[in-house]
Design a protein around this ligand. Structure first.
Ligand code: NAP
Ligand code: ZN
Length: 352
């Protein structure tokens, strides 16, 4: 084991603060990575504050961060995909059983025994995993992805979670030219959803509670923008959407979106608010509509998404911050005050 600097929370009410954590020494198939940038996902905030206590109670101390971009500093002797100096990414997954049908199919996100980048038990050490708000991380090479060399690294980091979490369901539900797609909530996930829906050729409508984001939504690729608190604007779209991606991090009325779906239309939830959501059965019954959820994506699909982003020059819109501003960033995230993803420049951790 070796020590590495990190920012961690010690309880649901304590702010994140400078600390030192232990990482495992690289095994034969591990890659050691110096972290250059780490995006700030709303899941980091939910987890640090134990907001998912009913389903995924937080283990403290916790080090959030699963939108990691860094440089390989060491490799185990059996590593074949990477060499020292490579620029690589790590998302929400760092291990899985590799034998179940999901792993065999390359959909590790459905593995019953997956290890999350933070908040899981590390199979090698028997200790909790710690995320990317840190100097370095050690990961099995299978869970490490290549970063296209034409993209800005700070703006790439959010692709590792916000990117794949929106790319995967848009693909799965057949979003292409000729489809009408809604993206609800223009935050970290939502703004990537708009970029992908537009790149896939769909007619894309953004639903926002923030009038200040309307112009940006159009710049990001929206064909139309709806202020979701205005019933008249919502009603105009009743029964017309093939697919809606709900990226909202807080409690909200999903019935308002279900009634916008066409026959056999689907609304997929990627947002994971603290409290349960409720909906009327009739909203689904009439129109044979469906509601589903979607978690991140597998490793192969994450690589596919990154390559797609390289080819189409797609990255996140980021506000780069030093780690010392992380608590302020969380407060702003709660006010939907970020355009559209905070990304930590990990060089700032060196001075701690
Ligand atoms: P974020 O940047 O905070 O964006 C959330 C957006 O939701 C806000 O920008 C805001 O958009 C909208 N919103 C916030 N409060 C609202 C309210 N009370 N009513 C209606 N809309 C509201 O968060 P994020 O990082 O994109 O994450 C979004 C959610 O996805 C989180 O719950 C996160 O945990 C979850 N997540 C899930 C996965 C997965 O695998 N499924 C992966 C990553 C994250 P407007 O200002 O446009 O209204
Ligand atoms: Zn995330």
């Amino acid at each position: 084991m070796f020590d590495t600097k990190a920012y961690s929370a010690t309880s649901e009410t304590s702010p994140l603060a400078s600390s030192v954590i232990a990482r495992r020494d690289p095994t034969d198939i591990d890659v050691q990575i110096e972290i250059l940038f780490c995006g700030v996902c709303h899941s980091d905030l939910h987890y640090a504050r134990n907001e998912w206590k009913d389903v995924l109670p937080t283990m403290y101390p916790c080090v959030p961060g699963h939108e990691i971009v860094g440089r390989v500093t060491k490799i185990g002797p059996a590593v074949t995909k990477f060499k020292e100096g490579d620029i690589v990414g790590v998302g929400c997954l760092v291990d899985s059983d590799r034998t179940c049908t999901s792993c065999q199919a390359g959909t590790e996100q459905f593995c019953q025994h997956m290890t999350m980048t933070y908040g899981s038990m590390d199979k090698h050490t028997g200790k909790p995993t710690y995320g990317g708000y840190s100097e370095s991380i050690v990961v099995d090479e299978h869970f490490v992805v290549r970063i296209p060399d034409n993209l800005d690294l700070a703006a790439v980091a959010p692709l590792l979670c916000a990117g794949i979490t929106t790319y995967s369901p848009l693909h799965h539900w057949g979003v292409t030219k000729g489809k009408k797609v809604g993206i609800v909530g223009l935050g970290g996930l939502g703004h990537m959803g708009v970029k992908f829906a537009q790149a896939f050729g769909a007619y894309t409508v953004v639903f926002t509670t923030s009038p200040s984001k309307v112009q940006d939504a159009v710049r990001l690729g929206a064909d139309e923008v709806v202020i979701s608190s205005d019933p008249a604007q919502m009603q105009k779209h009743a029964g017309s959407f093939d697919f809606i991606l709900d990226c909202v991090a807080a409690d909200h009325d999903i019935n308002a979106y279900i009634q916008l779906l066409t026959v056999d239309g689907n609304i997929t939830l990627v947002g994971a608010p603290e409290k349960p959501l409720s909906f009327y059965s009739f909203g689904l019954i009439f129109g044979r509509r469906s509601i589903s959820g979607s978690p991140i994506g597998g490793i192969a699909e994450t690589q596919e998404m990154l390559d797609f982003c390289g080819q189409h020059n797609i990255t996140a819109d980021v506000e780069v911050i030093p780690i010392q501003k992380i608590n302020e960033a969380y407060d702003r995230l709660l006010k939907s005050d970020v355009k559209y993803r905070f990304c930590i420049d990990m060089a700032s951790l060196k001075s701690e």
